[in-house]
Design a protein. Structure first.
Length: 310
């Protein structure tokens, strides 16, 4: 069985799997069991990612000390000049303070030990409102100066995704999409991106790990989602597919780079192995929608609205 191919975009190769590194800088994700790794374990995780063919690493200024940990790990592995790094501008900054934004991007370069960031994204879609008020000007200047390769934004809503794709300054958008949350697919966001030669990177393919957890565990951590988890488990069992593999098969059908975090080398290797799974077809995606529509809502598919059990 052939492994899912990497993505060719504007003459560059973007690995199908992108390592999300929020876990390197803080405790992240509802399924997180190990917490933030030690520097040594972080280095091992980065080395394993490289071994598994991952060439793109996703981080952010707001992910604790993720940039510094990633930078140190890349340096120790001798990979700084061999990988592509995406980071995001801290939403704590004033988007109208051009000098602060410039210093922040330069700070990311220092922490990561890189002269050039492959892409810099806005971390919040609301910052698109400030693009023509100086924010775009300073980021374009960094791109012209060579410190940044591509500009983009991380969005949640389909409306913001469409707006970003129509902005000629932006090359890359990062969006959530998974078997439980197919809004971007249904709204035609990916087709629009291709028509504009923009790159969509897909995050949250496991919904922060929710799609991989037993229904009982989901019920303990996010009670509202227990019924959806039970339906999901039953659907996967009826298809003879492990839930995590079913989630990956949906994601592979999008034919886009997939941003996936990991707590351990074993998780990195497992995610890479899942690239050998066959992608779902349109009928399979529709089956998931029909099976889960009645038990899903925005309170479940949007992590910012989660109210974990007390």
């Amino acid at each position: 069985m052939a492994r899912a191919e990497d993505i060719r975009w504007r003459g560059e190769t973007v690995s199908r799997l992108v390592l999300g590194t929020a876990q390197l800088g803080m405790d992240y994700g509802i399924a997180n069991r190990r917490g933030q790794p030690s520097p040594g374990r972080a280095q091992e995780l980065i080395a394993e990612a490289w071994q598994q063919g991952i060439r793109v690493f996703d981080t952010a200024q707001a992910y604790g000390d993720s940039e510094a940990v990633l930078g140190a790990g890349l340096r120790r592995c001798g990979l700084q000049d061999k990988v592509l790094v995406v980071t995001k501008v801290s939403p704590q900054l004033d988007p109208l303070d051009e000098e602060a934004v410039k210093r922040a991007v330069e700070g990311s370069c220092r922490r990561l030990g890189l002269e050039r960031l492959w892409a810099v994204l806005l971390h919040r879609e609301g910052w698109l409102d400030y693009w023509d008020q100086g924010l775009g000007r300073v980021l374009r200047s960094l791109r012209r100066g060579g410190q940044v390769g591509h500009l983009g934004v991380s969005v949640y809503s389909t409306e913001a995704a469409a707006r970003a794709l129509q902005n000629p300054d932006l090359d890359v958008i990062q969006v959530p999409c998974n078997a439980w949350d197919q809004r971007m697919l249904e709204a035609g966001v990916f087709a629009l991106a291709r028509s504009h030669d923009k790159l969509c990177m897909v995050r949250s393919i496991y919904l922060q790990g929710l799609l991989s957890l037993p229904a009982e565990t989901v019920g303990q951590r996010l009670p509202r989602a227990r019924e959806a988890a039970e339906h999901w488990r039953c659907l996967a069992e009826s298809l003879g597919i492990a839930p995590v593999a079913l989630a990956m098969r949906f994601a592979l059908s999008l034919e886009l780079p997939l941003v996936v975090g990991a707590e351990s080398c074993e998780q990195v290797a497992h995610n890479a192995a899942l690239l050998d799974e066959p992608a779902l077809d349109a009928e399979g995606r529709a089956l998931i929608r029909r099976s889960l529509t009645e038990v899903l809502d925005a309170e479940i598919v949007d992590p910012s609205r989660w109210q974990p059990a007390e």
